[in-house]
Design a protein around this ligand. Structure first.
Ligand SMILES: CC(C)(COP(=O)(O)OP(=O)(O)OC[C@H]1O[C@@H](n2cnc3c(N)ncnc32)[C@H](O)[C@@H]1OP(=O)(O)O)[C@@H](O)C(=O)NCCC(=O)NCCS
Length: 158
């Protein structure tokens, strides 16, 4: 296992050695690089650009980056709510060229471990997904609610 980290996390999750990922806490300087790998997200309706600065200031939130050869290739935000009992996973994304290789899974496990070490009272993870879950997923997750959103883009002559 080869994972480097600048985070005070005593136990790092297992990762295939060939992934060579480094994890760090996001800073204001990382903004442009994060936006560059987020071009295709939510059909141009990504909420991260407007929330990023505020997220960095929130005391109960961590924004974690995964880098490969120094380049940002994935992001996940974890926010501890419900008096420290629940962690909310938000903003998850992997650079298009790195998808389908298990990067999101490694980042999710890294962040889960980090949260456990920092907030030992956390008992559940809550997240929103827009893909179809299979039986394997439902061994891990319990459905809270289903909601369908339809986005329609309009344009108007000025
Ligand atoms: C969804 C996305 C992050 C998956 O990245 P990936 O590196 O190709 O995914 P992996 O190959 O690691 O495999 C999927 C793993 O991520 C998990 N996953 C996928 N989408 C997820 C989501 N929205 N929230 C939490 N976990 C998710 C799967 O359960 C699986 O976990 P497992 O390893 O524990 O089984 C990537 O396709 C992406 O960036 N898409 C565009 C942005 C997006 O849709 N983000 C999700 C917001 S709802």
């Amino acid at each position: 296992m080869k994972i480097e980290s600048s985070l005070p996390c005593p136990q790092l999750p297992e990762s295939p050695p060939q992934m060579g990922l480094q994890f760090s806490v996001a800073t204001e300087e990382d903004f442009d690089e994060i936006m560059a790998m987020s071009q295709d997200i939510y059909g141009g309706l990504d909420y991260l650009p407007t929330r990023y600065q505020a997220w960095l200031q929130e005391t109960n939130r961590m924004v974690i980056l995964a880098r490969k050869q120094g380049k940002v290739i994935a992001l996940e935000s974890v926010c501890v709510i419900d008096d420290g009992e629940t962690v909310l996973v938000e903003g998850l994304r992997v650079a298009p060229q790195e998808r389908g290789k298990g990067v999101a899974g490694v980042l999710l496990r890294f962040c889960a471990q980090l949260v456990k070490s920092k907030y030992p009272d956390v008992k559940a993870t809550r997240l929103t997904r827009d893909d179809k879950l299979g039986p394997k997923d439902f061994q891990k997750y319990r459905l809270i609610t289903k909601q369908t959103a339809r986005f329609i883009k309009y344009t108007r002559r000025l």
